[in-house]
Design a protein around this ligand. Structure first.
Ligand code: URA
Length: 262
């Protein structure tokens, strides 16, 4: 064992105060996870930052994807020191029409960042809602939670209320429930129920667990009903409730625990 490595292991042992000794790797964290935990961005974006040479550990640029951060290391992104133990903030936002789900826009349109501008921490959206979709959007600086909630493997049920043109016949409902081809992708079975059928439109509740681009609009288009308006009303057990458009509320401890348990 080199002197350096020996010191490193001793350092872990004494700093942790644990008794795992020589085999203790509890206090190592993968660099992309560290950046996400510090609330800089998601783990995927962190990989890009690392690959582009924007990240330093103890003053040295690190481009290795598998790099690890250990206790006492100083990590910086674009020259700013970051800490993985930064306070985490979790909010539910009611996104109005005409806001883009991004932190900035090159066309200068309103973004969801404007809706949480009075929160000092830099929050980023968990997943996306279209420009023309309203409703529940979660925002946080917990990149780890964002990573797991948006990972295709862990897609959680999202519930929408759609107003669609025309009549949603039984046959069309059955197709939506079974799964439809939205252009090279067949959707999984969805939970769909008609809340109200008007002469020229229908109000429908639909719950899906996948997150393809414009998926709900494409699903209704696939059966011949154009979406006129779309609102997300729930993400798993987290409900939009009576939150006013353009407003946010902090998630409760129970809601945060619930999201982490997913
Ligand atoms: N499906 C859509 O079509 N749009 C959204 O914004 C979300 C889900």
């Amino acid at each position: 064992m080199t002197v350096q490595r020996h010191r490193f292991r001793r350092r872990l042992f004494y700093l942790c105060g644990c008794f795992h000794g020589r085999t203790c790797y509890n206090h190592l964290m993968r660099l992309n996870k560290y950046i996400a935990s510090a609330g800089v961005c998601s783990r995927r974006k962190a990989d890009e930052l690392i690959a582009n040479g924007n990240v330093k550990i103890n003053g040295a640029v690190v481009r290795e994807m598998g790099a690890q951060v250990e206790d006492g290391d100083v990590v910086s992104v674009n020259g700013t020191e970051i800490r993985a133990d930064a306070a985490k903030v979790y909010v539910a936002v009611n996104k109005p029409l005409g806001y883009i789900t991004s932190m900035n826009d090159d066309k200068d349109r309103p973004t969801v960042a404007d809706l949480v501008a009075d929160i000092p921490e830099r929050l980023f959206p968990v997943g996306r809602l279209d420009y023309n979709t309203t409703g529940l959007l979660l925002m946080t600086n917990d990149g780890e939670l964002t990573y797991s909630l948006t990972h295709p493997k862990h897609e959680v049920n999202k519930t929408y209320i759609a107003t669609v043109a025309g009549v949603l016949s039984k046959a069309r409902l059955a197709k939506l429930r079974k799964g439809v081809d939205i252009g090279g992708f067949v959707t999984s079975p969805a939970q769909v129920r008609v809340i109200k059928q008007n002469p020229r439109s229908a109000v429908v509740e639909i719950a899906i667990h996948e997150g393809k681009n414009r998926q709900v609009r494409k699903m209704f288009a696939a059966v011949g009903n154009k979406v006129q308006s779309l609102e997300r009303v729930a993400i798993g057990d987290i409900k939009l409730g009576r939150l006013l458009q353009g407003h946010y509320r902090k998630l409760t401890r129970a809601e945060i625990e619930y999201l982490k348990s997913l």
